[in-house]
Each structure stands twice: as structure tokens, then as C-alpha cells.
Design a protein around this ligand. Sequence first.
Ligand SMILES: Cc1ncc(COP(=O)(O)O)c(C=O)c1O
Length: 431
Amino acid sequence: MNHFNYQNRELHCESVPVAKIAAEIGTPFYLYSGATLTQHFKAFDGPFASIPHLSCFAVKSCSNIAILRLFASLGGGADIVSGGELFRALAAGVDPAKIVYSGVGKTREELEYALKTKILQFNIESEQELEALQEVAAQLGVTAPVSFRVNPDVDPQTHAYISTGLAKNKFGIPIETADQVYAKAMQMANIKVQGVSCHIGSQLTLVSPFIESLHKIKIFTKKLAAQGITITHLDLGGGLGIQYDDETPPHPDDYAAAIKKEIADLNCTLILEPGRVIAGNAGILVTRVHYTKHSPTKKFVVVDAGMNDLARPSLYGAYHAIRPVSETDLGSEVADVVGPICETGDFLARDQKVPVSNQGDLLAVMSAGAYGFSMASNYNSRPRVAEIMVSGEQYHVIRARETYENLIKGEAIPEFLMASPDSEHRKTSKS
Ligand SMILES: Cc1ncc(COP(=O)(O)O)c(C=O)c1O
């Protein structure tokens, strides 16, 4: 369920016509529905209400501070993977005691920042990272709460680039040998071992891989218990998929029921790190058609958003439905919807059924709320687009469109180039 619907053939986000926002702030822009974000958070978190749990929204999926604030107000925490994401979460008002820190390459500076902030848990992914954390915690004279991310070698049956729980992936510590790292951590003066964590991939459309990894984790926790190591926190990561096209992902109710049944005897606080399932279908990318043209074999619809704004189609060959902002009687056709970037891989839709559109028409790229803006770049020196959040009849600019000045902020021409013969020449020829 989401709140992007047609009223009188005009696409609305809640009660606001999308065309009105485009007319007032220009295109392209990301548009999020506050009501949908709220509804999706509650639909995911609600079924776990009967057990001790915490839903830590995966900041990487959609990192605007207004959105993080919304989830914090609903009782959620944050799953972060960098110092920058920690900074964002704190700026948004997320309670540090509800922040978990994942990622294979945390720097000492980032560890120090998170220790000073007193976050809930570090999800450690290697022995060397554990050693670094012990050292930094000792220097600060504090204790670091730790969980180890285990790699259960389970196939999540999703795109290879977003599979993370296979033995060949860079993530986590092999579950077969992870007990040795736990034993080592137990001897460390500034480490408090509290959990096991696991994240096997993203856009999972089956419950079975989650359950398969839980089985392995349960066996693993018994192995730890036999060594006198008690686990109080179980972090199952994120990964629940959404419908982009014709996928049929499990409903959060079914996902939760299967997990709750499986962990009933574990006596742990459950931590979840949902991203896509909450934000994915709560946001769209609105773009305008610049030009249309034909090659001998194709029609191209050239729009003002490109792969720098939404990387998923180019990066993963991902499908995003394209809908008209104003419905017409022209029907649909197979075409490529492409951006202005100088790359053949710059497309939002390829050989896809899209609305027949003409110069100036507005198009909505659906299901773009997760891994959309947060993956955007300035490639081709394109300012990043605005982000808008609708709440009922109002819309709010939650991130201003970048300017050309933003593009060169922090760049500098060193003195030696200022004094180069060519610039000397230019100076002289100007005067
Ligand atoms: C450690 C971790 N947790 C949570 C997530 C969020 O995953 P999703 O957006 O599929 O829920 C990711 C995404 O890759 C991740 O790497």
C-alpha cells in the first residue's frame, strides 16, 4: 500500500498533485509520502510488538534527516555504516542507544566517534576490526558493546551485487570459526560481547533464506553457550524485498511470524535493520521529458533525470515502473527512457513498456524511495536533485536542489597553477 494515486487522471502524492510540485520547484526531484513511510514502518515493526525488539532503519537506503527523524518519532533506531551516517542519525535526533553500526571497513576515527556517542552496538566483521576497537576503547577508557556479524553461507536468491551472506562475499566472519573470535573478545578488557548479527542480502522475496540462516545461528549460539558465552542481542539485519514489478515478496506479517517462531527459545532482544521494505515504495523520482527521438530500432525518451540521480537501473539492471504524471489516452509503447549523461548505461528504463510521452511531459519513476537519492552522485557535474516530503495537503522541501556553487565547494586551484604561463597570458590579454 502506498499513497501515490490518480485523482481525475492526475498523479497525487497523498492530497498533493505531483504536477503542482513540479511547476513550483522544477524537475527532477525525489518525492516521498510521509503517510506511506509511517504506514510501512508500522507494518514492519508492529508484528514484532509482542517480543523485545528494535527496528533500526538502514540509513543507507534513504538517509535524509527528515526521514530519519520520522522513524525516530515512531520509536525506531538507525543502522549505520559510516561516521557520516552516524552524524546524520544524530542530527535527526535518533537516540544513540538505538544505533547499531555495521560495515566491513570502519576506521579508527569512526570507531572513536561511535564510542564517544555511546551507541547500542558495534557489529564487528573481522578479528582485526575487533583489535582496533579494543585499542580505541582502551584509549578512551570505555567499554565497547559488541556483536559479531557472522557469515552463514546462505543463498538469499537475489541479485549477485546485493547478496551478502555467501561464503564468497566480503561480509562477516565465517560462522564455522566465529566462536574463536568470540573467545578472543571475551578476554579483552574493553569489549563487552552481547550479540550475534547477520545480514544475508537485500530484496529477498522468500522467507526461507532468513530461516535457513536463523537455523545456523541457533546452532551457533548453542556452541557459544557451551563455551560459557551468553548472547543477549540477535541482529537479523534487513533484506525484506518489495514489489517493483511482478515480484511477490512475503508480507511483513508472514516474515515476522516465521522469525518469531524460530527465535522463541533464544531469550534475546531482536534487532532488525529494514531499509528497502519501508522506504522503497514510499518514494518516486519525478522527471520531465526533454526530447523524444527514434533510431532505426528504438524510440528514446530523453528525460532530465539520469543515472547519477537514480543508479539502480544502470548498476543492477533494476526495473522501475514508469508512469505518467498526467494520464492521457495515448496508451503505452516500448521505449528506452534515458538521461542526459554521456554513458550508454545511462537509462531509467530499457526496452520497457512506458507511457507514450511527448516533449515537456512529466513522468514518475516508481519505487525509487530506497537506494535512490542516497546513491546519487554529481557525475557529469550535475547538481543533485531536490527531495520533497508530502504530509497530507502540504509538501516540504527536505533537501534543496544543489546549485553550481555546491558542485565546486571545497575545490581549489593551487597557487602554482595560478601562476602558470597560460593564466599569465590570460591576465595580460584581459587587461
Ligand atoms: C548491514 C545491513 N543492514 C541492513 C541493510 C538494509 O537492507 P534492506 O534495504 O534490504 O532492508 C543493508 C543493506 O544492504 C545492510 O548492508
